[in-house]
Design a protein around this ligand. Structure first.
Ligand code: ADP
Length: 448
């Protein structure tokens, strides 16, 4: 980057200097021509006076140097020319400066000389005897002027080269140094420094990115911790029923269990196996919600119909627990993943059954309310203590662990509900009175 900035500045400075040099040379050259004309005009009027007084002999003693003198008659023939054979010269009446002098007494022009094949400055004056005196001088070419000034130009260019080199390295340094000393960990600390005022938008973007990275990092750490905890909890939860099953099976195998207790042992083995398989199912559900379920295709799903299906599959459990389970309301369509919606409603209903006394009532309602679909699962069961309400959605959190185990809980049901709500953009709300019952409300956005 420094090299690029340096080269650009150096190149620009040099180009500007060279261009200015040529412009100045052009201006000097024009000025030089004007001065040559001026000088020529002075010499012409002196020569005109000289000829009027002494005739052509005026030129005899004069050192002409580069000056060309021509005397032309009123009809254009050449009387005298100090640099060419006047008898060989063509009629000059049509020459610009001659014609102008004939008309107005004085004429001048800058043109190519047909006689000498060089660019010349001409001045001409009409003399009292009707002849025209013309003085001319070769105009210095631009390149000859350049050649004249070459040593000075080389010196100026060298100085300019050195100066622009130092200037370019200083400017490059001024641009790059603040960037290199920028503290990328906290870019906004440089905001007070005037050296950074031009790159404020960049600093702000860096700061925003920095904050985002920090947030992402914290989120990653948090989810990694949750995963670790989850794995530890899951293995522990799986180990307990497995120990019971293998212990009881070994006892039965050894034949040490009295005949009367065999049924009890077998029932325990069966209950623990059921709990284990429910736990495995819940773990699978949760991990599929964690990884990829959110990407499953959404479809128009009727919450009422899904609630009916869930209640139907829980009929047996409800009957066994002596709970009256009912679904009421109307069809409301949301955009969602049917199997996830089913799993959410199922878990809320089975909780209502599990945590209610025999003879309890669980009612599921589905309705539309203010542009959203509202599903409630209400029971008149044991209720949840106020201080536990915030934690019941955590994985493996249970208000009463032994009671949960007793009723076949895994501690994952409400986590599944919470996850499902999240991927559906649904809001979840619980109200509960200890000993009186609980109401879980899910509010889904309606499809546009
Ligand atoms: P579990 O498998 O133990 O039921 P959940 O995640 O489904 O796990 O629920 C977490 C805890 O919240 C339960 O252990 C229970 O203590 C409490 N809970 C959930 N639903 C209800 C309810 N309807 N009535 C009373 N307590 C409930």
């Amino acid at each position: 980057m420094s090299k690029k900035i340096f080269n650009s500045i150096w190149l620009i400075t040099l180009s500007v200097l060279i261009a200015s040099l040529f412009i100045i040379l052009g201006a000097v050259y024009n000025n030089f021509t004007d001065r040559q004309f001026e000088q020529l005009r002075g010499e012409l009027s002196l020569a005109a006076k000289g000829i009027s007084q002494g005739g052509m002999s005026y030129f005899d003693d004069l050192d002409m140097q580069d000056l060309r003198v021509t005397l032309i008659t009123g009809n254009g023939t050449i009387l005298y020319d100090n640099e060419a054979d006047s008898s060989q010269m063509v009629n000059h009446l049509e020459r610009d400066e001659i014609r102008e002098a004939m008309d107005s007494g004085y004429g001048e022009s800058l043109r190519y000389s047909d006689t000498l094949s060089v660019k010349q400055l001409y001045t001409a004056k009409l003399l009292p005897d009707g002849t025209v005196l013309r003085l001319s001088v070769i105009q210095d070419t631009f390149w000859s002027l350049l050649l004249h000034l070459l040593p000075a130009i080389i010196l100026v260019l060298l100085l300019a080269l050195i100066l622009s080199y130092f200037l370019a390295s200083r400017i490059t340094n001024m641009i790059v140094r603040p960037l290199n000393s920028l503290d990328l960990a906290s870019p906004m600390t440089a905001a007070q420094d005037p050296a950074y005022s031009e790159i404020m938008p960049l600093l702000e973007r860096l700061e925003a990115q920095h904050r985002q990275i920090e947030k992402d990092h914290e989120e990653l750490e948090r989810t990694s911790l949750i995963r670790q905890e989850f794995t530890a909890n899951a293995s522990h939860e799986l180990k307990t029923p497995l120990h019971v099953i293998s212990g009881y099976a070994e006892l039965l195998e050894s034949g040490m269990v009295p005949e009367d207790d065999t049924q009890r042992f077998l029932a325990r083995i069966s209950a623990e196996s059921k709990r284990m398989s429910k736990l495995v199912e819940d773990i699978i559900d949760l991990s599929s919600l964690d990884s990829g379920a959110a990407d499953l295709p959404r479809e128009k799903a009727d919450l009422y119909r899904i609630a009916l299906n869930a209640a139907e599959s829980l009929e047996e459990e409800a009957e066994e627990a002596g709970i009256h389970l009912s679904v009421s309301g109307e069809s409301v369509f949301v955009s969602g993943i049917p199997q996830v919606l089913y799993s959410m409603i199922y878990n809320l209903c089975i909780n209502a059954i599990k945590y209610s006394e025999r003879g309890g009532i669980t009612n599921v309602t589905v309705r539309k309310n203010a542009g959203s679909a509202v599903l409630t699962v209400e029971d008149n069961g044991i209720g949840i203590p106020r201080e536990d309400l915030d934690r019941i959605f955590e994985r493996f959190y249970r208000v009463d662990k032994s009671h949960s185990k007793e009723v076949g809980g895994t501690g994952l049901g409400l986590s599944i509900v919470k996850h499902g709500a999240k991927i559906h953009g649904a809001d979840i709300h619980v109200e509960s009175v200890l000993g009186a019952g609980s109401v879980f409300t899910l509010t889904f956005p309606l499809p546009a």
